[in-house]
Write a protein that binds this ligand. Sequence first.
Ligand code: DQA
Length: 140
Amino acid sequence: MKILVLNGVNLALTGKREQGVYGSETLEEICAELKAFAEKHGHAAECRQSDLEGELCSWIHGAEGKFDGIVLNAGAFTHYSYAIRDAIASVSVPVVEVHMSNVHAREEFRKKSVLTEVCKGEILGFGKNSYKLAMESFWL
Ligand code: DQA
């Protein structure tokens, strides 16, 4: 299987920002681990990050027919991006929403995701392992 791992706004700063919440590993380190994890299970993963909502929408459109699944951590876009929600609803490739932190145990605004309804499922609160659990959901 080919899995596309998409990270949204501010996630390039993982490992530097709010280490108590997101840990001290960089996104590059996490992505290298995710690729190795996929390969160990006989699959392939490609990781991309953007702070631009439209670019994430274009990557979701472009995944149609090229990837078997998308693992999406949209960052703060999760809570208000109807554009990303509509992009997910426009393709048949399944999307699993992930968050490293337990968004339900944080600020009120993080409890609402506008994406979950159009995603196959949601995994949150397990740090970088949230991505691995989401990837596994495609091949289990
Ligand atoms: C996050 C949670 C979001 O609320 C936040 O805006 C992020 C990261 C997470 O991985 O826990 O940037 O998606």
